[in-house]
Ligand binder design. Structure first.
Ligand code: SF4
Ligand code: SF4
Length: 85
């Protein structure tokens, strides 16, 4: 088995330190539910005002961009958060 190069190992280490978060621009959300339907990790839900948000969980949002690309209202932003700010 090949060993990953030092550069690749460093890159993987760097990526493992990043948490992605899908954040909703609430004023733009039209509550269509598309992001909830397609999130592969089931991390989207309606809040009490009927707007779709990423659930508050210790599990990191995967940052897969599915919700970002599917939202017809361009109401989702992907934010990078470092685990070690
Ligand atoms: S896909 Fe966009 S508009 Fe539809 S519920 Fe999700 S955030 Fe709101
Ligand atoms: S970026 Fe992917 S994992 Fe994160 S909330 Fe959106 S669809 Fe779900």
């Amino acid at each position: 088995m090949h060993k990953a190069s030092k550069n690749l190992q460093e890159k993987i280490q760097e990526l493992s330190q990043i948490i992605y978060r899908a954040a909703t621009i609430l004023s733009k959300c039209k509550s269509c539910g598309t992001c909830i339907k397609y999130c592969p990790l089931n991390l989207r839900e309606f809040n009490k005002d009927g707007k779709a948000v990423t659930v508050n969980t210790t599990i990191s949002c995967g940052g897969c961009t599915v919700c970002y690309h599917r939202c017809p209202e361009l109401a989702i932003q992907l934010i990078k958060l470092s685990k070690n700010p």
